[in-house]
Structures are given as structure tokens and as C-alpha cells.
Design a binder for this molecule. Structure first.
Ligand code: CU
Length: 184
């Protein structure tokens, strides 16, 4: 029961954090937006879970690079003839406002072809990100501290106990609802 309760509380906390925190992602991390070092922007984007509201920041030397937002067809062929938007400041923050793919590349000749292109994909199914297997597996450790015996790693015992109480109340009500519907 304590385990289920912990998973429930963890899930609630994750769900809360999930909707309230817009993230800022610097494209290429420390390397930035460049053709130097063969930064794998596809790999960079693949390990991130982008959300609507997130900010994508392109940092680069504006003498040598720029940022163009383009269609999928233009992205695939590195076609710079008709970008949907062009950014040239060297420090461009773009807020993602819709789900789906957002294609960007550098419009300087040859740069897109050499890999300076990135696809920011905001998944259309929100629940797929909240229900990652790791979130359900992590609390199964046998050394997980009990709510009744807070360990030093338990940073806020009163809050934890309070949340545990709410979780217990929720389960009690769910059980009562099940019982009531079953006997009707
Ligand atoms: Cu470039």
C-alpha cells in the first residue's frame, strides 16, 4: 500500500511539474549553433521531450550563421529560397507554440548540407511522456524509506506525510466508490 501511495504521490508531483515549467533549450548545448565539430543536432533533439511553451535558443556568431524556420520539404532538401522566418541576431529565442515538428536550419550556403539543421518535435500525445516506465519502476527499490520512519534523505517529512494523507484519502474514496457500485 505504501508503495502504491508513493507512486501516486510521485505521479501527482510529476504531473504538476510537467504543466508548470516551460524549459529553455540551448541548441547544441555548449557547442551552440555551428558547423564546427560536427555537432549532431538530430541526436541532441532526440533525447529531449519538447513541450508547447518551451523556448528554443540559438546562440551563434551572426557573422557566419543564421536561423531559418522552414517547411519539412525545404528542410529535407536544404532549400533556403522561401523560409517561413529568418533570425539573424546570434542569440535568438524562439517560443514553441504548437505541437508537431518545427524545422530549422542555417541558411548560409552549405551549412544545412553539412548538418546544421534541427527538428524540434513536440509530441502530440502528452500522456506518453508522463507515463514513462522509469517513473513506475524507480520506487520499487527495497531500500525506499518508509513514510513512518523518515530517513536523512527525506528532505521534508511533514509535507511528505501530508501528501501521503491525501493519497490515502483518495484511495479510500476510490475503494468506497468501487464498493458502492459493486453492491448496487
Ligand atoms: Cu551556419
Amino acid at each position: 500500500m505504501a508503495l502504491v501511495e508513493r507512486v501516486f504521490v510521485l505521479f501527482m508531483v510529476m504531473a504538476f511539474v510537467h504543466v508548470s515549467n516551460a524549459a529553455v533549450y540551448k541548441v547544441g548545448d555548449s557547442a551552440g549553433w555551428t558547423t564546427i565539430g560536427n555537432v549532431n543536432y538530430k541526436q541532441w533533439a532526440a533525447i529531449k521531450t519538447f513541450e508547447v511553451g518551451d523556448i528554443i535558443r540559438f546562440e551563434y556568431n551572426a557573422q557566419f550563421h543564421n536561423v531559418m524556420r522552414v517547411t519539412h520539404a525545404m528542410y529535407k532538401t536544404c532549400n533556403t529560397s522561401a523560409p517561413m522566418a529568418t533570425y539573424t541576431t546570434g542569440n535568438d529565442s524562439i517560443t514553441i507554440t504548437t505541437r508537431g515538428h518545427h524545422f530549422f536550419f542555417c541558411g548560409v550556403p552549405g551549412h544545412c548540407q553539412s548538418g546544421q539543421k534541427v527538428d524540434i518535435n513536440v509530441l502530440r500525445n502528452i500522456s506518453s511522456t508522463a507515463l514513462t516506465p522509469s517513473a513506475l519502476v524507480t520506487p520499487k527499490s527495497p531500500s525506499a524509506p518508509s513514510v513512518l520512519a523518515p530517513s536523512p534523505s527525506n528532505a521534508a517529512p511533514p509535507l511528505n506525510t501530508l501528501k501521503g494523507g491525501f493519497g490515502m484519502l483518495g484511495f479510500a474514496m476510490a475503494f468506497l466508490a468501487l464498493f458502492a457500485s459493486g453492491s448496487a
